[in-house]
Design a protein around this ligand. Structure first.
Ligand code: FAD
Ligand code: EGU
Length: 472
């Protein structure tokens, strides 16, 4: 443990920071503020998940990539989390006929990790608790807060109301943030939310003979346009499959037989792996969950409140970046705290100025990818696009960098990744135009220089030749 920062600052720094929400981003933020020596109070509406018997919540596992790892590293948590993650070096594309094709994410060392959400959350909460200046308040649900005074009202474990005051409120209370409600009443606060027509459902693929039933070090994908399934490996040798499908379609499948029929049509190779009986049971265990995209700005209110993670920007999961972006929020805020010497009245507006364009950019990218996948991504198209991307990168490694590479394996600011992507598109289109023009000119030159003697070929022969030339 590195307490050097605290020792240096704690004597002068006794400000109280209230972190509202003890989910992934809240728990990480608690570590960041505790490391700086603040008096940290975490308020979480649920009970302590480390003691809970059943943990309900969203997605069982998540893809952790570079941005998230960098943010964990800063509080000394990277190795601990990575050691319990399962590397995924490539995607495995499953075609309808059962064929599997692997497409690497990049070079050897470039992989993403499948991590268990509950474990990640527990480890971060425990890490935050190792700082003596952190206090955890579970079973504390924020009801409301006063944006004039900063006073927060919580419902405590016995149903009693508690009033609490802090110097800084950090809203990490997720996509339906209660902290954000006060922002909505302010002038010049922008807000938009969009529910996509798709829902998601999680299914478990059990191990067989104590081992994984599919190759573990891959992100398995079944792209079927409107329907899509993704599977990530778990340490217990199961896979968690996430089925994405329009709610309309979920509603059509009401009986066991319809479910099996549907899987036989679209995901036949998964039936024996999940098991017919398990599939029938799992499918109806929970209703399909909704996905929402939330954008807002600014992320701060005066010099006393700031939003991070899903509370600031819920994104659809089609880039595997929601948590990674939320973790990077903490890292960026920390960098600005260094630059501006922890002066909240300067740090908060600067954080909004720097971070809003990037979080909006990843929200847009995730939504764009959702539309793209739904519109025309079957397994052939997916394979083709990734091969083209990789090919262009190999022939022009410094000019063309695939978008997912910038997003997943670098800390290139999200909005700059988009800019660069548009620029690369232009370069590619110019390249194509130049090649086409050169081919046309070259071809014309050769024809002029060596004209074929058409008069010697019978007309009907020419016609059959022309017919044989079918470009489509
Ligand atoms: P949350 O995890 O929602 O945590 C918010 C916390 O606040 C909760 O603990 C909640 O109990 C608490 N809370 C809420 N209201 C109150 C209140 N009033 N008072 C007190 N506490 C409160 N991201 C990735 O990076 N990679 C992936 O592969 C990935 N896959 C995903 C797959 C799916 C299907 C989904 C839906 C999301 C996925 N995400 C992924 C996104 C990721 O789950 C979120 O971005 C991440 O959980 C955000 O963390 P958070 O802490 O901001 O919010
Ligand atoms: C969705 C749900 C493949 C976990 C986007 C790729 C995701 C994840 C992709 C979920 C896809 C889609 C990328 C990663 C990742 C790909 C990515 C999506 C993890 C563009 C637990 N996406 N996801 N892109 O490139 O950059 O492999 O639930 F199918 S990881 Cl939708 Cl890298």
């Amino acid at each position: 443990m590195d307490y050097s920062n605290i020792d240096r600052r704690s004597s002068s720094n006794k400000k109280v920071v209230a972190v509202v929400g003890g989910g992934l981003v809240g728990a990480l933020n608690a570590c960041y503020f505790a490391k700086r020596g603040f008096q940290v109070e975490v308020f979480e509406s649920r009970e302590d998940i480390r003691k809970a018997k059943i943990v309900k919540g969203r997605s069982i596992n998540l893809a952790l990539s570079h941005r998230g790892r960098q943010a964990l590293k800063q509080v000394g948590m990277e190795d601990k989390i990575v050691s319990k993650g399962i590397p995924m070096h490539a995607r495995m594309i499953h075609s309808r006929n059962g064929k599997q094709s692997a497409i690497p994410y990049g070079k050897k060392g470039q992989y993403i990790l499948s991590v268990d959400r509950a474990n990640l959350n527990k480890e971060l909460l425990s890490e935050a608790e190792t700082y003596p200046n952190t206090k955890m308040n579970f079973d504390h649900k924020l009801l409301d807060w006063n944006a004039e005074t900063g006073a927060m009202t919580f419902i405590g474990p016995e149903g009693t109301k508690e009033e609490i005051q802090a110097d800084l409120i950090v809203g990490c209370d997720g996509a339906f943030s209660a902290i954000r409600k006060q922002f909505l009443r302010r002038s010049r606060f922008n807000y938009s939310q969009t529910y996509i027509p798709h829902g998601y459902l999680e299914l478990t693929m059990p191990p067989r003979n104590g081992d994984f039933t599919m190759k573990p070090n891959f992100l398995h994908i079944w792209p079927r346009n409107t329907f899509m399934m993704i599977a990530l490996p778990n340490l217990d040798k199961t896979f968690t499959c996430t089925l994405f499908m329009p709610f309309e379609e979920f509603e059509k499948l009401t009986t066991d037989d319809q479910v099996i029929e549907f899987f036989e049509k679209y995901f036949p190779d998964t039936i024996p792996l999940i098991g017919v009986e398990a599939l029938k049971k799992d499918y109806f265990r929970l209703p399909a969950q909704a996905m929402v995209s939330v954008k807002c700005s600014p992320y701060h209110l005066g010099n006393m409140c700031v939003l991070m993670g899903d509370a600031a920007h819920a994104v659809v999961p089609f880039y595997g970046q929601g948590m990674n972006a939320g973790f990077e929020d903490c890292l960026v805020f920390n960098e600005i705290m260094d630059q501006l010497k922890e002066d909240f009245s300067a740090v908060l507006p600067e954080y909004s100025r720097v971070r809003v364009p990037d979080d909006h950019a990843i929200a847009d990218l995730a939504m764009y990818n959702y539309v793209e996948m739904r519109a025309h991504v079957n397994s052939k198209w997916f394979l083709f696009r990734k091969h083209v991307d990789n090919f262009l990168h190999i022939i022009m490694p410094r000019t063309i960098i695939p978008l997912y590479t910038m997003v997943t394996f670098t800390r290139t600011r999200y909005h700059e990744a988009i800019k660069r992507w548009h620029w690369q598109d232009k370069v590619i289109n110019h390249g194509l135009l130049i090649s086409a023009t050169a081919a046309l000119l070259g071809g014309t030159y050769l024809l002029v220089k060596h004209p074929p003697n058409i008069s010697q070929i019978p007309v009907d022969h020419l016609w059959t030749r022309l017919q044989a030339f079918k470009p489509f």
